[in-house]
Design a protein around this ligand. Structure first.
Ligand code: GAL
Length: 424
């Protein structure tokens, strides 16, 4: 863990020199600095909708859009960490609830509570308790406002390609059905599975989704509670299934980002992609029609479960523009912003009292799933385990996609899980 931290700090230090420091506002200057990694086509469009809502609500405030490109925040988080450690925080930044928020940002004292907003703006009942209370609260104080909730375990497909190859996909998909489809596509010379693994997290997410598909939501909870071991036969079976999937991936997977992999799917160069529903933002941006150009189903075996990848915003301790930051958080939590942002982002509003009719078919499906399915936190997106474990998982996936050594993969994670349990 120490070695990882020092590498991150070194990399972040290099990147930070490239970023102009943001000084506190001079008297009368109205600014707000928002830090995120939302730079893909769909992500940027959604962030822009959030900014426009804020500027309509608060004309005259200049927004500093501090983004660091790289899906899943892999490049952004180290930069942020250095800024926070160096006492140069943005006013507010994107964070996942759970370990990321509470362990990486609250524990070292980088955030202020925002509990008051939940009272003043009547949010006590508007946001799901399971997330707010369980994953963003410490000592009865709440530390973030959720912008939206992504579903991580979605399998997207190119509808025309699937139809053309005589593949039928119903409301859910078993692993057997999935592999039968992959074989058909392979025989037709089409890469079945599009992965954008240049940031290894996308492969880790394919593993995460597959793991859930094999061990189920109860197994998931036990695994992250330390009641089930990473070398359990079922976990190893998931590793084998994940290894089998590697034989169907696009040949250029290691050179592509997640959104480039979605573009390949759109262009008919790959049939499926297992990716969180930020992918829906890319389909929308490319004017793709749901159920005509693209379709979706739960990742094999995960029907009935919803991997939560929620996006929240924090309030920095000693925020350079505190008043504007509080106004931003109020905006993020408003119905207006939740409707404008999530329609473009692919996530569902975190508020449960929005107007559902304003959302497309995919969003309706995801809202239904969120309401009735088992909700489980994502490890790949920082919620279920400490950052050190998340990093070990990424490193272990990097090794595994090359050597397919199930025992090494399992043993590495057993050790890392023991270390994070002792760190708790
Ligand atoms: C996740 C984040 C999403 C999306 C995705 C890909 O970590 O929660 O909002 O941006 O990364 O970049």
């Amino acid at each position: 863990m120490k070695r990882y931290c020092s590498q991150v700090v070194a990399l972040a230090a290099v990147l930070t020199v490239m970023l102009a420091p943001v000084s506190p506002s001079a008297a009368g200057e109205k600014k707000l600095e928002v830090f995120s990694w939302w730079t893909s086509g769909g992500e940027a469009a959604a962030l822009d909708a959030l900014f426009r809502t804020y500027q309509n609500q608060h004309p005259g405030i200049e927004i500093i859009n501090a983004t660091v490109a790289g899906g899943g925040g892999s490049a952004a988080r180290p930069v942020l960490q250095t800024r926070l450690a160096g006492g140069n925080p943005p006013d507010t930044w994107q964070s996942h609830p759970g370990w990321e928020l509470l362990g990486q940002y609250l524990e070292p004292g980088y955030c202020e509570p925002v509990t008051e907003l939940y009272k003043s703006d009547g949010w006590d009942t508007a946001f799901p308790k399971a997330l707010v209370i369980d994953m963003m609260t410490k000592d009865r104080k709440i530390y973030a406002v959720l912008a939206g909730i992504h579903r991580g375990n979605v399998l997207w497909y190119n509808k025309k390609l699937i139809d053309k190859n005589g593949i039928k996909i119903g409301d859910k998909l078993t692993f057997d059905e999935f592999f039968a489809a992959c074989d058909k596509l392979k025989a037709a010379g089409i890469p079945a599975l599009g992965v954008g693994g240049s940031g290894i997290w996308a492969s880790a997410q394919l593993f995460e989704n597959t793991l859930l598909g094999v061990i189920g939501s109860k197994g998931w909870t036990d695994l992250f509670d330390g009641k089930l071991q990473w070398d359990d036969p079922n976990v190893k079976q998931a590793m084998q299934v994940f290894a089998r999937m590697q034989t169907y991936v696009n040949p250029d997977h290691s050179a592509l980002t997640w959104d480039q992999a979605i573009k390949e799917l759109i262009d008919g160069k790959a049939a499926f992609s297992s990716m969180g529903d930020w992918a829906a933002g890319e389909f929308l941006k490319a004017n793709q029609k749901e159920k005509e150009d693209f379709g979706w189903v739960s990742h094999p075996g995960t029907d009935g479960s919803f991997i939560v990848v929620a996006d929240g915003f924090t309030l920095a301790k000693d925020a350079p523009h505190k008043e504007e930051a509080i106004a931003w958080l109020k905006c993020v939590g408003s119905k207006e912003a939740q409707e404008a942002f999530n329609r473009l982002k692919g996530s569902i509003p975190a508020r449960t009292d929005v107007d559902r009719s304003k959302f497309d078919g995919y969003h309706q499906w995801s809202m239904d799933s969120f309401a009735k399915d088992k909700l489980v936190p994502s490890c790949v997106h920082g919620e279920a385990a400490p950052a050190a474990f998340q990093q070990t998982l990424n490193d272990a996936v990097t090794a595994f996609v090359v050597d397919k050594n199930v025992d090494n993969f399992a043993n590495t994670l057993v050790k890392a899980a023991q270390e994070s349990l002792t760190a708790k």
